[in-house]
Structures are given as C-alpha cells and as structure tokens.
Design a protein around this ligand. Structure first.
Ligand code: AMP
Length: 443
C-alpha cells in the first residue's frame, strides 16, 4: 500500500516521501480514505501511531480540491498542549509544502499580538489550544464562519486538562455544516458523550496502540524504598552507561528535586514541566536530543507529545496516578519498531498504583531487586485480583493492526526531531480554564 493508492494527490505524496515515509501506518490506512470521503471520523489512536499525518494529509487534500478565497480558517485543529500544537503545526507545514495552504498556530503563554497579526493576514489551517483560541475570538481576532473541518486531537487529554467548557463554546460558534474528526487515545464515557453530540454517523478507526504493554518493550519493576530511589537511579545510569534516559516523576517539584540531586551527583540532567518557561523547556529538550544532557526528567503532561526518536530507556521514578499514563510513558521508548526498556522504581506505598497498572496491561511485571537497595518495606508480589470497574477509565479496545509502521524508511532515523519547537501553552498545566484542577499533577 502506498500513499498515492489511498487517493492522495501527487503533491501530498511527494511531501511524505520527502520525510522518508513510503508505507502508510495502520491508522493512516484507515483514516486517510475516511477523511477524504468527507465523513466524520472517530479514531482511537495515540501519539506515535502516525495519527497527525492521518488527519493532516486528507484534510489538506480536501482544502486543495476546493479552493476558496476567504480569510479562513477553513480547518481548525484543537490540541491540549502548546507542544502538541507546535508539533502539529510543523507537520501541517511539512505536508503542505507543495500545496498553497497557509497554516498558523496559536497558544497561550506567549504574546497574543503576533498571533492576531498572523490571523489578520488570513489562514487556511489553524492549530490552536482551546483557551487561547477563545481569547482570540473574544478579541475579534478570529472568526469561525468559514470552518469546514474541525479536528479534536488528543480529546481525552483536553478533557483531563479541563478544556471541556472552552471546547463546547467553540463548537457552538462553528458553522453547523462541517466535517468533524475526533482523535483520542482512550474512550471514557465523557469522551463518548462528547463524540455523540459532535459526530454524525462517524467512520470508526481503531488501531492497536503500538507498544502498549508490548513485546517490543522490556518492562520491569525495581522494588526500592522511596528514600533510596535517587541513589538507585544514579547507580543505574552509571552502571548501564545510559546516555539518554527519560525519567518520569509525578510532580513538578519532584522533577526539579530529582534533577538537582542528579546534577549534584555528576549526572547531567534537565527538567521539563509546566512551571518552566518555554525557553527552558525548548532548551532542555534540545540539549537532551543533542546528547548534552543524559537524563530528562518530565511530568506526564509535559511529556505528552514528545517524540524523541529511538529513545532506548524510560524510567518511572514514581508511578503515575492514572494507569493509562503508564502506557503513555512507556510508549516513549521502543518507538517505530525499535525495542526499548521501561523500568519502574516502585516503593511500597505505590503498591496500589502498580496493581492498577498490571490490571490494565493484563500482566504482571517482573520484579528485580538490586543488591544494596533491597526495600525495608516490601511490595506485594501479586496484583490484587479484583478490579474496581467504577474507577477504571474505559480503555481503547485492543486488536487490529500491528505495532510498527512496516519497513523502516531510510530517512527516519536522521530525520527531524519532534517537540523541540514548542512555544508557550494554553493554560498552566495544573488547571483548566474552568478552574478545575487537572487530576494528574498534584504539585
Ligand atoms: P504521530 O503519531 O502523528 O505523533 O507520529 C509519530 C511519528 O511517526 C512522527 O515522528 C511522524 O513523523 C512519524 N510518521 C508518521 N507517518 C509515518 C509513516 N507513514 N512512516 C513512518 N513514520 C511516520
């Protein structure tokens, strides 16, 4: 299967081959024809599946097939974070290289005036975080009367981050006749409710998450007392000679503290989270990618959407509160068919979280104690048998396509990194506009 056989124009196919892609990913195989047909689409797919091209390519084709002269935007793509918005915007620019489409991106945390000026010049595709988009609308800097296609990208995260009210306001302002595409990694009842009101007889697209609890990722649990975690991490980095490891903490403070301790210990480290200025975040990621920083310490939301090519090692310094986040975290390693390692430092107080994760991924992770770091407080060995269905969010159904995109195109490994160009973000990470604190990040 090739991109041209999916019905994409020569200009768009050329743009994908410039990126070194010749085989459409499973989500692209399903989504591209569905979007081209003009129907609404509901897609279960997470970052790393190639979903961005899956909606961007056919969207560009539909706009190009039917040129208009207005000021736009004709397509509106909403994303939860500034990083993701910037990445999607980059993708739109790459794929629209040979078509006349103009794209722009707007998000909070940076000056609004340049964004207003950009919009005034006219734009076909607008990528936006919901909060800043509403601000721009309220200041008459953008109108929605020409919107033909709406994309909600990572809809589950947008709801988690408290954007539902902004989204509903925006939906109410859009022309009734339009094409709607909804992408989400998970399908909770809340997402289903949103989809029901939004989508008209949608084509449903589903692919297995690459790497979910996957064969390509070697996962293990290192039981250790909380107080010993930093020392153990330092030891692991040194003993294994890890040169590039992504470490997750639950909180922003935790990320800062760990970074300082590692640095004190002579291991180069940088933190990336919502309290950091955009400049600091961009720098940290660039340094990490360039190999100047060995350890990048991130919180869940900050790490969302980061696509660092072929990251060999991910460490959970603390387990996430939400079991699905574990799957997102470990999905950062072993990307694009490479094998990866995900290792979790788990203290006794995290036993419950571990059980929740093992229930979700339907397997028990192997425990491995490290000499000199044996915990005083032991972890329960077996996950608890009984699940609490009221607490588990609905997980995207399994099944369908494979975990790699097919033969690995030559251009990929040396290709552009992603996520380094992020600039500013909608709201602070902890809070949505509604004032409801996001559940995921406590500090
Ligand atoms: P996404 O899931 O959209 O965040 O994309 C994940 C990564 O896969 C990005 O680095 C894309 O550039 C890359 N990618 C997208 N489509 C393909 C493809 N057909 N073949 C190989 N890589 C791809």
């Amino acid at each position: 299967m090739s991109f041209s056989s999916l019905g994409l124009s020569e200009q768009l196919v050329r743009a994908t081959s410039d990126q070194g892609y010749d085989t459409p990913s499973p989500i692209q195989l399903q989504a591209i024809p569905a979007v081209l047909s003009g129907r609404d689409v509901m897609a279960a797919a997470q970052t790393g599946t190639g979903k961005t091209a899956g909606f961007t390519l056919p969207l560009l084709q539909r706009l190009a097939d039917n040129p208009r002269n207005g000021k736009g935007p004709r397509a509106l793509i909403l994303t939860p974070t500034r990083e993701l918005a910037a990445q999607v915007h980059d993708s739109v620019n790459l794929y629209s290289k040979y078509v006349p489409t103009k794209a722009a991106v707007v998000f909070g945390g940076v000056k609004i005036n340049p964004q207003m000026m950009k919009l005034r010049k006219g734009v076909d595709v607008l990528v936006a975080t919901p909060g800043r988009l509403m601000d721009l609308y309220q200041q008459n800097a953008v109108r929605f009367n020409e919107v033909e296609i709406l994309v909600l990208d990572e809809a589950d995260r947008m709801l988690d981050m408290g954007f539902i009210r902004d989204i509903r306001k925006i939906l109410a302002l859009l022309p009734a006749k339009r094409q709607n595409l909804l992408f989400s990694a998970t399908f909770s009842n809340e997402i289903r409710g949103l989809a029901e009101g939004l989508l008209d007889n949608p084509v449903q697209v589903e692919v297995a998450a690459r790497n979910t609890s996957a064969e390509s990722i070697v996962q293990s649990v290192y039981p250790v007392d909380q107080s010993q975690k930093t020392a153990l991490l330092s030891k692991l980095v040194r003993d294994n000679g890890w040169e590039q490891v992504l470490v997750f903490t639950r909180t922003k403070h935790g990320a800062n503290r760990l970074t300082q301790k590692l640095e004190k210990d002579g291991i180069t480290a940088a933190a990336i989270h919502g309290n950091k200025s955009q400049g600091a975040r961009t720098r940290a990621l660039a340094d990490f990618k360039a190999g100047e920083v060995r350890v990048l310490v991130a919180t869940d939301i900050a790490a969302r959407g980061l696509d660092i090519k072929q990251l060999p090692q991910v460490v959970n310094f603390e387990l996430p509160n939400v079991p699905e986040d574990y799957v997102h975290r470990i999905g950062r390693t072993g990307r694009a068919g490479e094998s990866g390692h995900a290792l979790s430092l788990v203290s006794a107080d995290e036993g419950k979280m571990l059980a929740g994760i093992e229930r979700l991924i339907k397997k028990q992770l192997p425990r491995k104690e490290i000499e000199g770091f044996e915990p005083k407080n032991n972890l329960p060995l077996k996950p608890k048998a009984k699940a609490d269905p009221s607490k588990a969010r609905n997980r995207r159904p399994q099944g369908g396509a494979g975990k790699s995109f097919g033969p690995k195109p030559a251009g990929r490994s040396g290709g552009r990194g992603r996520g380094g160009q992020g600039e500013g973000q909608g709201r602070g990470q902890g809070q949505g506009r509604s004032g409801r604190p996001a559940q995921r990040q406590s500090a």
